[in-house]
Design a protein. Structure first.
Length: 317
């Protein structure tokens, strides 16, 4: 019997089935589109599974925000606006985003809470505020164009604005916040980098990466760049307990971006294919499952090897 085990070990190594088998994706993907849209771009998800984002209709007109809840799409447009983007949602259903009304020469931020829109403007700055995330305490993060015309991150907490700029940064985008007040985003200091801001300390995330969302477990999702001999050089990622996992929608031949994650580990984002943009929901698989082809090869090898071993044992008796 030891000889059978040794032969099996060598055979599996030669077949490439062990110790590095082909594994199925750690996610199951569901793709979706706002009806009659050409571009659907989800940007956030809460613990109830409600998804927000924005879309462009098949008339290629202005963008509109959307809420997807229990299979139903609801359009979000700030009253009087020409274009609206919904960017983040918390567990209370409060939504933040940005809009353009065609009157001011810039966009403005908004908070939608219990059916009421409130405008968000960064004090003393004329230029664009872009709220991108909100946690259950109502703290809002985003970025704005400063007097230097460069973007800077901000935190809005209890009506107080705090500027967020990692040391040495020239450009900063704050994109997501969890209930512990941890903030993720990206910055440029001569190179493009991601960051995590936790209890006043910046931790650099290199890939290069742009983190977009963080949940209460500290799992981070976003976008990273890496060319792999295909048209797309950008891919979604999950950073969990120090481990990066690439997120690529099977149909996303032109690129995948992960934009939000909830406490159940459900991830939303969008992917590009054939000139159109589609939304996706990725749900974690409990345990990696070997690809069917690997199982067939492995099973066939086991049967053959064990059969030959059994025949040898009969001859030696």
């Amino acid at each position: 019997m030891p000889r059978i085990v040794s032969v099996l070990f060598v055979s599996l190594l030669l077949a490439g089935a062990w110790p590095c088998p082909a594994w199925a994706s750690p996610f199951t993907f569901t793709t979706f589109d706002v009806p009659n849209s050409v571009y659907t771009l989800p940007s956030g998800i809460n613990d109830a599974g409600q998804i927000v984002g924005y879309f462009v209709g098949d008339d290629f007109g202005p963008a509109h925000g959307f809420l997807l809840s229990e299979g139903t799409f609801t359009t979000i447009d700030v009253p009087g606006s020409i274009s609206t983007l919904a960017n983040g949602i918390n567990d209370a259903g409060q939504i933040v985003g940005t809009f353009y009304d065609g009157i001011r020469p810039r966009t403005q931020g908004f908070l939608l809470s219990e059916g009421t829109f409130t405008t968000i403007d960064v004090p003393d700055f004329l230029f664009t505020p872009f709220p991108s995330g909100i946690n259950d305490a109502g703290q809002i993060v985003g970025y704005f164009d400063g007097d230097d015309f460069y973007p800077h991150g901000f935190l809005l907490s209890e009506e107080t604005f705090t500027t967020i700029d990692p040391p040495g940064s020239v450009l900063t985008w704050a994109n997501g916040i969890n209930d512990a007040g941890q903030i993720v985003g990206a910055f440029f200091d001569g190179g493009h980098r991601g960051f995590l801001l936790s209890e006043g300390t910046f931790t650099i995330i290199d890939a290069p990466a742009s983190p977009y969302g963080i949940n209460d477990a500290g799992q981070i999702v976003g976008l990273f760049w890496e060319c792999r001999g295909r048209a797309a050089c950008y891919h979604g990622f999950l950073l969990s307990e120090g481990t990066f996992t690439s997120i690529d929608v099977p149909d996303g031949i032109d690129g995948t971006i992960a934009s939000g994650i909830n406490d159940a580990g459900q991830i939303v984002g969008f992917f590009y294919a054939a000139g159109e943009t589609h939304g996706f929901l990725a749900e974690p698989v409990a345990e990696p499952v070997p690809e069917p082809a690997t199982l067939i090869v492995l099973g066939t090898g086991l049967v053959g090897l064990l059969g030959r071993g059994w025949q040898r044992q009969r001859r030696n008796r």
